[in-house]
Write a protein that binds this ligand. Structure first.
Ligand SMILES: [Zn+2]
Length: 255
């Protein structure tokens, strides 16, 4: 309900002394401060929600990462888009417009993605449910509608599967990730999101290389400079502690 706060305002008449057109009346004693400032309230409530499933271990192999989009077949209501881990030059990318360096990196990395995927990344990265330092993320609209420009409504559920290479075994760990949000909230979105997450998890478990459920041991977030260059595909990882190339899954050679 994006307009809830406007409606509430209209329903409660503002007392005359707090009206925007009221001008301070000079007090007889001169320019003394009033006891309390006449304040107009401004408020915006943004609501983001997200859920992630348990991980599913997928046997390492050349097709493991390529299978990610197929895990959304039958569930996606839009084109399935795959977002690869970010290279070192985007290590600081974050969807926070008040921090121009982070925001510029984020836009440079993601401006050519679809509105659905960009919205999903804003929500899921803000919630720390997806980390493109090591995640590969296959994403689509899962429930609900988009506006005329293609951006999901606040109650639309977006997401898909995120995979990263397990630092201990080199297997691919895939989890379901769903998110929603914006200037409003609806009571049934949480329930719909849980249903979508269940459907995604069963699709992941149905993959021919799935080895079963596994606890998710996320690699520690990038803290330093990163910059380990993969000797196999040339990818310069933004993730300092990775043993496996986030992009091609081959063991990184350290000099
Ligand atoms: Zn590589």
């Amino acid at each position: 309900m994006p307009l809830e706060f406007l409606r509430r305002k209209a329903a409660e008449p503002v007392p005359a002394e707090a009206s925007p057109v009221a001008t301070p009346v000079p007090s007889p004693s001169g320019s003394a401060l009033p006891e309390e400032v006449v304040a107009q309230e401004h408020q915006l409530r943004l609501h983001y929600g997200g859920k992630t499933s348990e991980g599913v271990r997928i046997q390492a192999g050349p097709s493991a990462m390529r299978d990610l989009p197929s895990m959304l077949v039958g569930l996606a209501k839009s084109e399935i888009e795959v977002v690869a881990p970010l290279p070192i030059e985007f290590a600081g990318a974050a969807p926070t417009i008040a921090r121009p360096s982070e925001a510029m990196q984020w836009l440079n990395a993601h401006h050519d993605l679809s509105p659905v995927t960009r919205h999903a990344l804003v929500v899921l990265e803000s919630l720390d449910a997806v980390d493109l330092a090591f995640d590969t993320f296959a994403c689509a609209l899962l429930d609900g509608e988009t506006d005329t420009l293609g951006y999901p409504e606040y109650n639309a559920v977006v997401g898909g599967v995120a995979g990263h290479w397990d630092e201990a075994t080199g297997d691919l760990i895939v989890r379901g990730v769903v998110g929603w949000g914006g200037k409003g909230v609806r009571g049934d979105t949480d329930r719909i999101a849980t249903r979508m997450l269940t459907n995604i998890l069963s699709n992941v478990l149905a993959n021919r290389h799935a080895l079963g459920l596994t606890p998710i041991d996320r690699p520690a977030a990038a803290t330093g400079r990163g910059g380990v260059v993969c000797g196999h595909c040339g990818f310069a990882s933004a993730h300092e502690r990775a043993f496996y190339c986030p992009k091609c899954g081959m063991r990184l050679l350290r000099g």
